[in-house]
Design a binder for this molecule. Structure first.
Ligand SMILES: [Zn+2]
Length: 229
């Protein structure tokens, strides 16, 4: 008689001592985040589940523009709270592997409108994790800009040593794109596209504060070594 198949035992090992479970209140986190997409926890290693939080605010003259995100891993979106937005409070969904990203507001110039949601992805255990950000011509939709990069994490990555690639890698190239009207001019229809509003997304602040905090950490390590001489 064939033996009944034993159910496979699924065991989640306890967390490592240097990766204690953490808890964050998303409302409090977004009260003071410096970017529209903020990692809620420092863990960014291969295999890590990485929840980020996002906040968009409507107001006079507000313009977040739009980009396309190309991801090779799934993103799970949970709308924590939204007002006059294209997301409903409590809505949960997974985005396509290529998806447009804008303010998620019905009218981004409307004061009092907001969208607060989390975006969670799981870093691959190994191998490349291709990711890209692209912009299209606002008049005819021809692709004008594409920044491709590897979103994979090293086995021990934490955010301080490895700032979130999605925020820091494209913003460097976007600065060059913004500064060059020729690159923003559509080769098909001749439309001169507006610069990408980096300031509204806060990626420039995240990148500069990330670089400063990496240096600050080294300064503290040097001072402590000097103190123990
Ligand atoms: Zn065009």
């Amino acid at each position: 008689m064939p033996q009944a198949e034993q159910p496979r035992e699924l065991v989640i090992p306890p967390p490592r001592a240097d990766r204690p479970p953490l808890r964050v209140n998303v409302f409090n986190a977004m009260q003071k985040a410096n970017t529209t997409l903020t990692l809620l926890f420092p863990y960014l290693h291969a295999g890590a589940i990485v929840p980020a939080s996002s906040l968009f605010l409507g107001g006079p003259g507000q313009d977040y523009g739009q980009f396309y995100h190309h991801n090779s891993v799934d993103e799970v979106i949970i709308a924590f709270a939204a007002n006059e937005a294209t997301l409903e409070t409590g809505q949960v969904y997974t985005g396509g592997r290529v998806h447009g990203v804008n303010s998620f507001l019905k009218d981004q110039t409307r004061p009092g409108s907001f969208a607060l949601f989390t975006v969670t992805q799981r870093q691959l255990d190994e191998g490349p994790q291709p990711e890209a950000l692209s912009l299209i011509c606002s008049a005819c939709r021809k692709q004008l800009f594409k920044c491709e990069f590897d979103g994979a994490s090293s086995p021990e990555a934490v955010e301080l040593d490895h700032p979130f690639a999605t925020l820091v890698v494209p913003q460097e190239q976007l600065r060059e794109f913004n500064a060059d009207a020729a690159r923003r001019t559509c080769p098909d229809c001749g439309h001169v596209n507006a610069p990408f509003p980096l300031r509204a997304w806060g990626w420039d602040l995240y990148a500069s504060q990330s670089a400063a905090m990496a240096q600050a950490r080294q300064a503290l390590i040097r001072a402590s070594a000097k103190g123990s001489e």
